[in-house]
Structures are given as structure tokens and as C-alpha cells.
Design a protein around this ligand. Sequence first.
Ligand code: MG
Length: 153
Amino acid sequence: MLRVGLGEDIHRLAAGGPLILGGVPIDGEVHAVAHSDGDALVHALIDALLGPLCSESIGSLFPDSDPAYRGADSMELLRIVKQRYLEGVTILNLDSVVILDRPRLVPVLPRIRENIAGALGIDPAQVGIKGKTSEQTATDRVEARVVVLMEIS
Ligand code: MG
């Protein structure tokens, strides 16, 4: 059967880089404030994957009150989710939007797509990522929204 998943995440930005998105450290003047590495795109992706598969969410699986996840590599969390929950699941495609004014995402989008595709064992062509600015309405944060279409056998 086909199932769609949706995930969202927001992190505040603070001075000092790098900002990590899709496992790629992006040089610039800001980083995401977080218990983990603050990878909003991967956090939204994890919630989009978990939604149709179980009653867990990223917050319940990897609580930010747990010191074990301090500074956690979110790509590693994504690999754990794949291992635990994605057996028998075919990801047809995922699409996403990252809302961020600075730094610009365009130069790193191919690396982010490859990283995420690699972690999920799918083709980069199945991974959509669009960068948008907030038009200066939300310069203090990074936001990510992800939808995933999957077939569960
Ligand atoms: Mg998060």
C-alpha cells in the first residue's frame, strides 16, 4: 500500500558556522541552535518517514533530554531509522523545502541530495530539495518541510 509522510522542523540560528543541512556543513556566519547537530532537513525527513510507519517521532526516539544525543550526527540518526523501520518499505520519492535566508543553499544542493539518497539507499533523482528565502521575514531561523511517498509491502 502507498503511504505519504510529512515532517517539519525549525531551528533558531546563532552566530558562528557551520550550518549543517542534509549532513553537509555549510560555511557561513550561522549555525543552528540545537541539542544535536541541528540538521533541520534531516529531522523533518525522519519525522516524515516515521509518520506512516509507527507511532514514534524523532523526539520520542532520540529525546533532546538524553545526553547520548548531545551533538548527535543527524545522518547517523537517519541511518538508525532506516535500519529499524524501513525494511519492506520502498521510498518512491521525497520532496522538501528549506526556508533560509543565509547562507545560500544552491551551491550545496547536489551534495545534500547525494547524502540523503545514499543514507536511504535511493537514487538522488528521487530526492527533491528546494531552497527558498523567507524574504527577510524569518532571518533568525532555518525551517524544513519534507514529504515522502512510500510503498509498504
Ligand atoms: Mg530539530
